[in-house]
Design a protein around this ligand. Sequence first.
Ligand code: CMC
Length: 389
Amino acid sequence: TGLTTLDYGFVNTAATKSAITYIDGDAGILRYRGYAIEDVAANSTYLETAWLLIYGSLPTPTELAGFENRVRRHTLLHEDLRRFFDALPHTAHPMSVLSSAVSALSTYYEDSLSIHDPEQVELSTIRLLAKLPVIAAYAHKKSLGQAFLYPDNSLSFVDNFLKLNFGTKAEPYEVNPVVSKALERLLILHEDHEQNASTSTVRLVGSTQANIFASISAGINALYGPAHGGANEAVLTMLQQIKDSGESVEKFVERVKNKEDGVRLMGFGHRVYKNFDPRAKLVKESADEVLAALGVQDDLLDIAKELEAVALADDYFIQRKLYPNVDFYTGVIYKAMGFPPRMFTVLFAIGRLPGWIAHWREMNQDPATKIGRPQQLYIGEPERAWPSA
Ligand code: CMC
């Protein structure tokens, strides 16, 4: 129609109103429900932030304790779902495993189809928060050929997750508090980012009245791509390639600027942040702290810092307002913690889960919600006659 405007990548089109997260990309501001990301990261926990995003205000201590207990009670996977992993190859990318298993959750919990029943939505919320980390850890264990552990509900959310990933049946596992604290902080930094590609996917699928597991499984698949969450894995691959090839950082940056084979500086650039990404600043602090505390020396961190310095001094990046984003330094930290690169985007997914849930619920409660159905501008053939025989 004459009213249709073309907007590739939805650069100018708001698809919804939302009260969850505020971003000012020019000023480098990010707020969850009005609270500055710096304050949330310094003072909160993953589950407290999840409550904040989902319910809109900070929980009382009693509310938080109740919430943590409910999540704890739902960590076990159905035994049949535990065996679901047996059918997948050990070479499977953990992101594919994650989205498949989350999709499979709706086969175990058909009550999740009652998307307008608040009690069922609440139960699905708790199930997702409790089970996604377990599914993620099993995807990791599967890739290593190691036995799965059962959750240990005496531990905190993050410590339980670390034990499921790094504990074995042969020895007791002791959580390193430095790792635990840093991981909690990183998860918080990823919890929401308004209408990014995966959250928009969750909303689009949810707008068809699909259940929350189906919607979030779709969001996980959207996050997988290297232009989105997959960037954290791609950054590490890039740093490793620079190291292995012996190519200088300056030479690599030249190739990026010349757009040689479409090579990009992964972990740089953002659709909304045209100043700096406030999360990247906090992540960079964590990188130095964690590596120092763990006594890890990693050449890849040095290469990353050199890359950042070279890029930030270069006209190409200055003119295009390209700054390091949240994914630039996270991989180096996850690596120091012992996670393989293929798990990095899975960690992003666990982080983003509360945001996806909050958006799905907000969308479902908004009477203005309509099925998502973009327009197109047709550029194909006009009507033509079918060739006669
Ligand atoms: N390296 C080199 N050049 C870049 C980069 C980069 N990382 N990002 C953008 N550009 C250039 C791009 O070539 C274009 O230049 P020109 O005008 O000469 O054609 C200009 O900057 C604008 O780029 P765009 O692709 O139109 O920007 P966008 O808003 O559509 O893309 C982005 C945003 C994040 C997809 C992109 O910056 C990118 O591909 N970055 C690398 C991948 C990455 O780190 N993604 C993580 C994003 S943050 C967390 C998350 O969402 O998961």
